[in-house]
Design a protein. Structure first.
Lengths: 122, 290
């Protein structure tokens, strides 16, 4: 399975980023082989709509599941439409989070949990 | 001539200045329009007491995707600067609250699968106010984040170039709605208060007027409070201080009763007329330099 974890700096051994749409990097993991690659998030500096743009990016890269801190409403509905599984974590390095993901230790979310940023949804 | 009244900080007296300037110019026999561009919290009408006898809804055209025609090619998502439309596999998703209504998605769709549906943003209202002022304002729907299209449509509804002297009462701040309000103005009056807070936000507002290349001057309101840092800044920045309105109980009480500054103290009729003359000279002076 292809998994994306939000990250500040693209490293495996530092705290992950709890922001979804505007994290600096996503670390793409192949969960079977643990092979990975840090990809700059093209939505990090988006003027608006960072959540949907980040999902578009993950979707274009064939990502099937994602781990971050919180999902805003726009990001969540895009993930849902894309059929990407959304998992939440409070803390951990991408390496640790992959282990916890494989152990079935992370919470899968089924609704938006984060704040609505910049543009308010009615 | 189009004069915009702006400020970085909120509550400095933009509306106080805009309404009294409009009234003073009207008294001097000019044809005056006053547009309240603070569509998130319009209140100039409280002072100018217009009869708002014309209304026009403001809509934004939001894309609607026909799933049967959409092939998921993704062209719409590529052109959308605000990521209000995304294509995920075969699903095309629209986020109406992110959409700025530019219409690019509908234009590039090779399948003509996108129809633009009007979404209500607010309303424009206009009518004659006291002193024969042509008054107009925009009112943004509550909960609606997109002020700019309301301001754009307000300014085009009033046909600014054809209406003598125009006073634009801008929203506070230095972001998109302010830029949209100031665009096309010949001069900006920045109303500030002489405090560290006022100075901080005045700096931002000055940067914006420079970015937009519009000449500006300052009115110091509540003069006498705070410190002298605003004066120092204006001197260094070469910004003329056009007027000082003292921090006086009588003025505060009058404003609190919904009176215009020129009604509270008629001496301001003449002061605002002189201010207008000074602005004309400043603009003409600037013209010579170029």
């Amino acid at each position: 399975m292809k998994l994306a974890i939000s990250s500040h700096d693209g490293k495996l051994d530092t705290q992950f980023s709890s922001r979804f749409g505007r994290c600096n990097y996503f670390i793409f993991f192949d969960t079977e082989t643990r092979s990975n690659e840090a990809k700059p998030n093209p939505a990090a500096d988006a003027r608006g709509g960072a959540g949907p743009q980040a999902v578009q990016f993950l979707n274009n890269n064939g990502i099937e599941a994602t781990i971050t801190g919180r999902y805003g409403p726009n990001a969540f509905s895009a993930l849902e439409a894309a059929g990407i599984q959304a998992y939440e974590a409070d803390e951990g390095t991408p390496d640790e989070l992959l282990d916890r993901f494989l152990a079935g230790d992370l919470k899968r979310v089924d609704s938006a949990t984060g704040p609505e940023l910049h543009h308010k949804k009615r | 001539m189009i004069i915009a009244i702006s400020s970085g900080k909120g509550g400095t007296g933009k509306t106080t200045v805009a309404t009294s300037l409009a009234m003073a110019l009207s008294e001097s026999g000019r044809l005056v329009s006053c547009l309240d561009c603070d569509v998130e919290g319009p209140n100039a009408h409280i002072f100018l007491r217009p009869v708002l006898d014309q209304r026009k809804p403001v809509n934004l055209l939001i894309p609607e995707v026909d799933a049967d025609l959409c092939t998921g090619c993704g062209r719409c998502a590529e052109v959308c600067q605000f990521h209000a439309i995304v294509v995920l596999g075969t699903k095309t998703l629209v986020f109406p609250e992110l959409c700025h209504g530019c219409g690019s998605c509908a234009l590039v769709c090779p399948e003509n699968a996108i129809t633009e549906i009007p979404k209500s943003l607010g309303v424009l209202e206009k009518g004659p106010a006291i002193g024969g002022i042509n008054f107009a304002h925009g009112v943004l729907n509550v909960g609606q984040p997109m002020a700019v299209p309301v301001i754009t449509q307000l300014k085009s509804w009033q046909n600014l170039s054809a209406t003598g002297t125009v006073i634009l009462d801008s929203p506070p701040g230095a972001s998109c709605p302010v830029v949209e309000s100031l665009r096309g103005a010949d001069f900006v009056i920045l109303v500030t208060e002489p405090t560290p807070f006022g100075l901080h936000d005045l700096r931002l507002a000055v940067q914006l007027t420079r970015e937009l290349n519009i000449p500006a001057g300052v009115i110091v309101n509540r003069d006498g409070i705070g410190d002298t840092s605003v004066d120092g800044f204006c001197r260094e920045a070469g910004l003329p201080i056009l007027m000082r309105i003292p921090f006086a109980r009588r003025i505060g009480e009058g404003i609190a009763q919904g009176k215009l500054l020129v009604e509270i103290d008629p001496v301001y009729i003449n002061r605002f007329q002189l201010l207008y003359d000074q602005i004309e000279r400043l603009i003409n002076g600037k013209g010579d330099e170029k």
